[in-house]
Write a protein that binds this ligand. Structure first.
Ligand code: NAD
Length: 247
């Protein structure tokens, strides 16, 4: 197994892409700590992982936008697992609308949950990773962070911000054997995209050369590669997984 005895934190690991990553990493032998806001869904995912894998799995109810709470949650993972080898920053939300009508609260909340969370988790894990002289951080950005999108200035700012953090932190930590990369998913079948109406979905599909929506497992495969030793000459990169949308 690629990740035998590796310890991983997955934020937003109770649904969609994060859940697919948590399941996939657990099957590869990792011990998985899931951070999320929904304890019922957390319990379901923990049970699902326990049925399929033999490693440790925990769920912590924590809003990743809250700096102090994230620090406490990360410290608990260190107590439970002994170290943190891999951090997957996946938690994210949308609050779409044209800037003309976007409330300050919608701007602030998306930036807090999608971008400040990355500051919070990275700040909490890098000291133990530096002590251990190893680590992999994988941030989930979006193609919207590369291209922008009308009606998503807050989301695009947060996802472009994640790319900036990834490249800067990769430079800060390269000498410490800590790798920082990000994945930019295109249009992936999750609850985040299921509410779009058919007209919007058809328009999106027209712009995807592979002519289909992606699956969460396809993002999990890429995360697994970046977390594995096979990716040990890759840092500070953005990997779009988008059916060719951004080529
Ligand atoms: P989702 O809504 O299915 O899952 C998001 C997860 O984040 C949920 O588990 C949710 O509980 C958690 N979360 C939300 N706010 C949180 C908070 N404050 N603290 C902790 N956890 C929180 O969405 P998804 O489609 O699986 O998205 C996962 C990531 O992928 C997001 O960062 C999203 O921006 C990104 N992404 C998704 C797509 C797509 O097409 N679905 C495309 C590009 C990027």
């Amino acid at each position: 197994m690629t990740l035998k005895d590796q310890n991983v934190i997955v934020t937003g690991g109770t649904a969609g892409i994060g859940k697919a990553i948590a399941l996939h990493f657990a099957k590869q032998g990792a011990n998985v700590a899931i951070f999320g806001t929904n304890p019922e869904r957390g319990e379901l995912v923990v049970n699902e992982i326990k049925e399929q894998s033999s490693g440790k799995v925990t769920f912590t109810a924590v809003d990743v936008s809250k700096t102090e709470k994230v620090k406490v949650a990360v410290d608990q993972v260190l107590v439970d697992f002994g170290s943190i080898d891999i951090l997957i920053n996946n938690a994210g939300i949308v609050r779409d609308g044209l800037l003309l009508r976007m409330s300050e609260d919608d701007w602030d909340r998306v930036l807090e949950v999608n971008l400040k969370s990355v500051y919070n988790t990275c700040k909490a894990v890098i000291r133990p990773m530096m002590k251990a002289k190893k680590g992999k951080i994988i941030n989930i950005s979006s193609v919207i962070g590369l291209t922008g999108n009308a009606g998503q200035v807050n989301y695009a700012a947060s996802k472009s911000g994640i790319i900036g953090v990834t490249k800067s932190l990769a430079k800060e930590l390269a000498g410490r054997n800590i790798y920082v990369n990000c994945i930019a998913p295109g249009f992936i079948e999750t609850s985040m995209t299921s509410e779009l109406n058919e007209v919007v979905k058809d328009e999106i599909l027209r712009n995807i050369p592979l002519k289909r929506i992606g699956r969460p497992e396809e993002i999990a495969n890429a995360a697994l590669f970046l977390a594995s030793e096979g990716a040990n000459y890759i840092t500070g990169q953005v990997l779009p997984i988008d059916g060719g949308m951004t080529m």
